[in-house]
Design a protein around this ligand. Structure first.
Ligand code: NAD
Ligand code: IPM
Ligand code: MN
Length: 367
């Protein structure tokens, strides 16, 4: 018996979560996984109910659960309250408190969506890219941080970007190990691109040196390249298939993964796993709470549904169940169903559907 804590959060969070839970329950039954479900509060809805973006109760339930499934947090309603009390702080805190330092963001193009991306089909066809983002350090957590008043009365905002060797090594290990696993599965040579800004920032110079040392001492079978973050953003659009695994820090990884999302057709397609050192994890779509479409049944639930597949793969080692979900998503796309974000209006035989219909169509493939 294993317990999953679901945290729907804000905006489109509850809509996509309802669909993802339905799919997970179907797979639970089909593969006799013995999963039980609990739900909890996080983000703006938690602030409204308790005054805190991550109530103690949610945190202790998350610690006790075998895995967490998160929708999204945030929205304009909470954008002006004191920063330490905002929804996003709840998300950062749960990642940090659970030690979820490794964020795996998979940008895989479903061939049915080759024309849904704003990038030419030939540039993205066959794309299967893994971004390994460090998630509990870097500029997101570095101290000191704040807004201070200078002697002349002017205000100054400041943050600190810091990484210790041990933090770089542990995320490096995840990336190198996964590059090896992927190479084994694909039959292609293992390769990693480490993304930094070592030409300007000392913290990423240490990052680069540490990755190089790891490759030389432990991973001679993995080809390591380095790229500055600005060039990496450009190369991701110019020729994304040059990459297999990209490894980078918290902020660069955040930015690169939203960019990579568009290579798959939509941010609504990008799942992620946020893992600790034992492989326990929280699973979350890469997108946010999309306040502009919340409550309108327009959100694409597939990133969350595919995050469920990652949960089954990484935490529960249920590869068959994970693949069943991925196949069901593919089948539904074959049937021509599209939420508006992945709709290519030049293709005649596609049918626009809402969040609920998309989720239920995936479910129907699994029962
Ligand atoms: P966003 O990802 O919420 O939305 C960006 C754009 O993508 C919007 O036009 C939105 O409609 C669209 N979009 C996002 N997810 C979609 C989906 N599943 N289906 C279809 N379209 C989708 O980013 P934002 O607008 O910069 O941020 C909105 C709020 O979400 C902010 O409060 C932000 O802090 C928060 N946020 C939370 C998370 C998270 O919880 N993991 C991630 C990113 C942003
Ligand atoms: C994400 C989000 C979060 C991040 C925010 C909401 C804290 O953008 O999960 O990508 O920056 O990590
Ligand atoms: Mn982000």
């Amino acid at each position: 018996m294993a317990t999953i804590l679901t945290l729907a959060g804000d905006g489109i969070g509850p809509e996509i979560m309802t669909q993802a839970i339905d799919v997970l329950q179907a797979v639970n039954k089909k593969f006799t996984l013995n999963l039980t479900f609990e739900s909890g509060l996080i983000g703006g809805t938690a602030i409204d109910a308790t005054g805190e973006p991550l109530p103690e109760e949610t945190l202790s339930r998350a610690r006790a659960a075998d895995a967490v499934l998160l929708g999204a947090v945030g929205g304009p309603k909470w954008d002006t309250i004191e920063r330490s009390k905002r929804p996003e702080r709840g998300l950062l805190k749960i990642r940090s408190e659970l030690g979820l330092f490794a964020n795996l963001r998979v940008a895989k193009l479903y061939p049915q969506l080759a024309n849904a991306s704003s990038i030419k089909a030939e540039i993205i066809s066959g794309l299967d890219l893994l971004i390994v983002r460090e998630l509990t350090g870097g500029i997101y957590f570095g101290e000191p941080r704040g807004i201070r008043t200078l002697d002349n009365g002017e205000q100054q905002g400041y943050n600190t970007m810091v990484y210790k060797t041990s933090e770089i090594e542990r995320i490096g290990k995840v990336a190198f190990d996964l590059a090896q696993v992927r190479a084994k599965a694909s039959g292609k040579p293992a390769k990693i691109c480490s993304v930094d800004k070592a030409n300007v920032l000392e913290v990423t110079e240490l990052w680069k040196q540490t990755m190089t040392k790891m490759q030389e001492s432990q991973y001679s079978d993995v080809a390591l390249s380095h790229m500055y973050a600005d060039n990496a953003c450009m190369q991701l659009i110019r020729d994304p298939k040059q990459f297999d695994v990209m490894v980078t820090g918290n902020m660069f990884g955040d930015i690169l993964s939203d960019e990579a999302a568009m290579l798959t057709g939509s941010i609504g397609m990008l799942p992620s796993a946020s893992l600790d050192e034992e492989g326990k994890g929280m699973y979350e779509p890469c997108h946010g709470s999309a306040p502009d479409i919340a409550g309108q049944d327009k959100a694409n639930p597939l990133a969350t549904i595919l995050s469920v597949a990652m949960m089954l793969r990484y935490t529960f080692k249920q590869e068959q169940a994970a693949q069943a979900i991925e196949q069901a998503v593919s089948d539904v796309l074959d049937d021509g169903l599209r939420t508006v974000d992945i709709l290519d209006s030049s293709e005649a035989d596609l049918r626009q559907v809402g969040c609920q219909e998309m989720g239920q169509a995936v479910l129907a493939k699994l029962v």
